[in-house]
Design a protein around this ligand. Structure first.
Ligand code: HEC
Length: 115
């Protein structure tokens, strides 16, 4: 039974595309975020139209005024109250949350380096 449960868990991990072994920002974002935020961060993912408030355009320079990596990391971990932005603590590892938060910074038009 334990063996079966282990395999079931493994199958689920692959089915949902959890990328624990490869915490790559672009891939994590594509798997976990782009459905709402859009491939390019513009807030136009397939699920976005159903959300209220809708995900904003993360390409907008105004959004990044005074925003820090720590704040982005915090939103990813805890979610955003009053919105459909889900908390990822417990779903993603700390390293994955760091990686995907760093990846999001590259939507800032003032930055070019995705690291
Ligand atoms: C179920 C849809 C959904 C998913 C999945 C989702 N978000 Fe969000 N996100 C939202 C909504 C809705 C908001 C609130 C509107 C806004 O601030 O853009 C938001 C807000 C944000 C913000 C702005 C927070 C701020 O400082 O105001 C960031 C950054 C963000 N999300 C990053 C991510 C990242 C990174 C992921 C993947 C790890 C992700 N989101 C997954 C829907 C989602």
């Amino acid at each position: 039974m334990r063996h079966f449960v282990f395999h079931l868990a493994l199958a689920l991990v692959f089915a949902t595309g959890a990328a624990a072994a490869d915490p790559d920002g672009a891939r994590l974002y594509a798997e976990r975020c782009s459905g709402c935020h859009g491939d390019d961060g513009k807030g136009d993912g397939p699920a976005a139209a159903a959300l209220m408030p809708r995900p904003r355009n993360l390409r907008d320079a105004g959004f990044w005024q005074g925003r820090t990596l720590e704040q982005i990391r915090g939103v990813v971990a805890k979610g955003k109250p009053g919105t459909m932005m889900p908390p990822f603590a417990g779903t993603l590892s700390d390293a994955e949350m760091d990686t995907v938060a760093r990846w999001v910074l590259h939507f800032d038009p003032a930055r070019t380096d995705p690291k």
